[in-house]
Design a protein around this ligand. Structure first.
Ligand SMILES: [Zn+2]
Length: 321
């Protein structure tokens, strides 16, 4: 099979009938994620199936023209980089599936606003602007499922794997027959082997570092024992038995801990309350250069960073002494 050339899309074969697709230039940092396109295969599926492939509508249309109709689309969790263009798959005729408790975030941005706790820190208008910046539009109908459920489209089977450290609904997609495990947004986000990323993301109240470490162990054992290929939302294809993704993610979490510990040591924050320490560290821009940001982006990055810092302070041996 020859792969089509579509400007600004990087299309790679995972196997003969499974493609990993990446939009190269994106309108904003949180407007796209890589995903899989499952092509038709005799005895398995007559129609293509898209898995967490959130790219701009014009590219969805191009793919649909070549490989459509796409019968079903599976979203892995409701962060905006996984939801903003899903409406376009729906407009092109796909049935949309998403995991609870975040499935209804695709139907109304207010649900996203409250569900991820943005309402604790800012007005809705800030999240509305963020949605606009990334091209978010609502879906009309979403079929919810439980993380851990099996999904079956014709004779194509997916086992969803709950990986809730990143967000409550967050799932990996295990394709047992095809020997592919898509770990979605777990935190292996290196565009190339020699290019670094941010790593695991836990900038919300509901995210958990402890759970994250357990999710990484689970994902590693599934990859090493059950499949040949590992794919993710922001990275290249990894072949068994390469354990680099898991070492990378654990090291990133550890490095974040060191950043927070180092900042805690630089003054008398240790003697302060947890809230005071979080606020002091926020001013130091430990993770994000927020000083350069304006308005709603400043508010949003501050909320994310406050949770990342707080979770590390709670784990810090320095702070708990
Ligand atoms: Zn995410």
């Amino acid at each position: 099979m020859t792969l089509p050339k579509i400007d600004n899309l990087d299309i790679r074969k995972v196997s003969e009938d499974i493609l990993l697709i990446h939009q190269i230039k994106t309108p904003f940092l949180f407007s796209c994620c890589d995903g899989l396109l499952i092509l038709p295969k005799k005895g398995r599926n007559r129609y293509s199936i898209a898995l967490d492939l959130n790219i701009e509508p014009k590219y969805i249309k191009s793919l649909n023209d070549i490989y459509g109709p796409v019968s079903n689309y599976v979203c892995t969790h409701a962060h905006v980089d996984h939801t903003c263009h899903v409406y376009s798959w729906e407009q092109n005729g796909a049935i949309i599936h998403a995991p609870n408790p975040e499935a209804n975030f695709l139907l109304d941005l207010h649900n996203f606003y409250r569900g991820f706790g943005f309402d604790e820190a800012m007005d809705y208008i800030s999240v509305e602007k963020f949605g606009e910046l990334n091209g978010f539009h609502e879906c009309k109908k979403v079929n919810p499922f439980k993380p851990g459920d099996f999904l079956k489209f014709e004779d194509f089977n997916i086992k969803t794997i709950s990986l809730p450290g990143h967000s409550k609904a967050h799932i990996g997609l295990l394709l047992p027959t095809e020997e592919v495990f898509h770990i979605s947004c777990l935190g292996f986000d290196k565009p190339k082997p020699n290019v670094d990323g941010f790593g695991p993301w836990y900038g919300f109240r509901q995210a958990s570092i402890q759970q994250y470490l357990e999710d990484i162990n689970l994902a590693e054992s599934i990859f090493l024992n059950d499949v040949k290929y590992l794919t993710s939302s922001h990275s290249y294809i990894v072949e068994n038995p390469d354990t680099h993704p898991f070492e990378y993610m654990r090291a990133k979490i550890e490095k974040n801990q060191q950043k927070v510990d180092k900042a805690l040591k630089t003054s008398d924050y240790l003697k302060k309350s947890e809230d005071d320490a979080v606020n002091q560290l926020l001013k130091m821009d430990v993770f994000f250069p927020k000083r350069k940001l304006k308005d709603f982006l400043f508010e949003i990055y501050t909320l994310w960073e406050s949770w990342i810092i707080r979770k590390h302070i709670q784990r810090s041996e320095l702070f708990n002494k």
